[in-house]
Design a protein around this ligand. Structure first.
Ligand SMILES: Cc1cc2nc3c(=O)[nH]c(=O)nc-3n(C[C@H](O)[C@H](O)[C@H](O)COP(=O)(O)OP(=O)(O)OC[C@H]3O[C@@H](n4cnc5c(N)ncnc54)[C@H](O)[C@@H]3O)c2cc1C
Length: 418
């Protein structure tokens, strides 16, 4: 489409510049845009069948993207948090399902690389972690796909109670038992990065004992159950995982024992990565609307842009999109160890804004383009359904973001009304 019609940051180069990134990041975005049109074409089928986008992952694998956030010294592309967020946004623009699932894969490398290096670890933990992550990174370099199931149908994924999935220490490893719901990439992943609680003799389960371990898809005792026929993000195939007496060797630990909780507290932006997917969906819905109203969608050549109501709706969508981009770029730039209270709040505000604006822009897009625009032969009704999922993502659902923002604005740490 004509560049002049798009908002400032629809241009990958502008977003790269805004985050202070360089040529390398730009090349990654160009590579996504080369793969993207095929992703967009296939998205109809994955959505209709609620099937996993295997072909897209073949393309991503060939392009080296399964090692995107694996450090260069381990053979990866070495993309950092900021570069990943832009890549993910662009993937979301072409196919929401692919970006949503890719986020789960990438978390297994992004969370375990520089992020862990900045935390307080003993010398021994650091040495062990270096050896263990080399194993996982080696697999990603070879093209293995990792999932990241943490949700459990309890308050654990929201971060308020320990994970009910347990890890019991045994000789040379752990035995895992539990159940994970919404495991995106179920049946497609080679490994599942599972969050669980280490059981300690005579001690109550504690969030401090959270472990992050990779379970092979071939592990004995691991099964995938239940059907998958959801409203949106249908190609994520997020079925239920059952872990029954699953032995996991020591080296499968993705983080040293007890470190996950330190990461969650000190590196909160690790939970904001899915905003990129939904910013991509929002951008796609906006650009579709422009093309539709200009009469540029093949097969529907009626122009509708001359009506003031259309122009106002498009302006409203653009304002929401620009606001989302602005807070996204700022919050992504904030991401670091021990951010300030203001930066933490901005990350939550970013998650809320992107997820809710995405759905709102899609809602306006359908109302504005009208009846024919919601036919299944066009992508807009899928964007609308996909867009509803962003606010449901734990640990930062839209409601949890608002709860935390309101409370932290009104109460100082430790303050009560007693
Ligand atoms: C398409 C899709 C893909 C997904 N992929 C994955 C994945 O790969 N891995 C994974 O682990 N999970 C995944 N999830 C799950 C997701 O992160 C959530 O865990 C899931 O949507 C929670 O559903 P629930 O009904 O158990 O929510 P509940 O926890 O029961 O929440 C229900 C409602 O209560 C609110 N609520 C819950 N706790 C609190 C609280 N403490 N304070 C205030 N309000 C609260 C929530 O905001 C929500 O509105 C996926 C979800 C979707 C929709």
């Amino acid at each position: 489409m004509n560049e002049n019609l798009a908002p400032a940051f629809s241009s990958p180069a502008a977003a790269v510049r805004a985050l202070g990134l360089g040529e390398e990041a730009l090349r990654l975005l160009v590579a996504v845009d080369e793969m993207g049109p095929a992703f967009a074409e296939r998205a109809f089928r994955y959505d209709a069948d609620a099937s996993f986008p295997f072909e897209n992952y073949d393309d991503l694998r060939i392009a080296g993207f399964l090692k995107l956030c694996v450090p260069k010294r381990h053979g990866g592309l070495g993309a950092d948090y900021r570069a990943y967020m832009l890549v993910s946004q662009r993937l979301g623009f072409w196919c929401g399902t692919t970006a949503n699932t890719f986020n789960m894969h990438v978390a297994n490398s992004l969370w375990t690389a520089d992020l862990v290096d900045t935390l307080d670890l003993s010398r021994r933990q650091r040495a062990e972690h270096e050896t263990r992550r080399a194993l996982h990174y080696g697999r990603m370099v070879e093209g293995a796909l990792y999932a990241q199931p943490f949700s459990e149908a309890s308050s654990a994924a929201a971060g308020t109670s320990p994970f009910g999935t347990t890890a019991k220490r045994v000789d040379r490893g752990f035995v895992l038992d539990g159940r994970k719901i919404f495991a995106s990439l179920s049946g497609a992943a080679d490994f599942y990065g599972v969050l669980c609680t280490e059981l300690k003799a005579r001690a109550r389960a504690s969030r401090r004992d959270t472990m992050f371990v990779a379970v092979s898809a071939k592990a004995e005792g691991l099964s995938i159950v239940g059907d998958w026929d959801p409203l949106g993000m249908r190609g994520t195939v997020s079925r239920t995982l059952i872990l029954k007496n699953v032995f996991v060797p020591d080296d499968e630990q993705l983080m040293p024992r007890g470190i996950y909780i330190q990461a969650a507290r000190r590196w909160p932006h690790m939970f904001m990565t899915l905003t990129a997917t939904y910013l991509g969906v929002m951008q796609a819905a906006y650009e579709f609307t422009l093309r539709y109203l200009r009469g540029e969608i093949p097969g529907i050549s009626v122009k509708r842009r001359m009506y003031p109501t259309k122009q106002i709706a498009v302006a409203e969508m653009l304002v929401k999109l620009e606001l989302a981009w602005a807070i996204f770029l700022r919050a992504v730039a904030d991401a670091k160890l021990d951010p300030s209270e203001e930066e933490r709040a901005r990350a939550l505000a970013c998650q809320f804004t992107v997820m809710e604006h995405c759905n709102d822009v899609c809602r306006l897009a359908i109302r504005t383009c009208g009846g024919q625009s919601m036919l299944k032969s066009l992508p807009l009704e899928r964007y609308y359904r996909d867009s509803r999922c962003g606010s449901l993502m734990l640990p930062w659902t839209a409601e949890i973001c608002m709860d935390r923002l309101g409370r932290s604005a009104l109460y100082r740490p430790g303050e009560t009304d007693e």
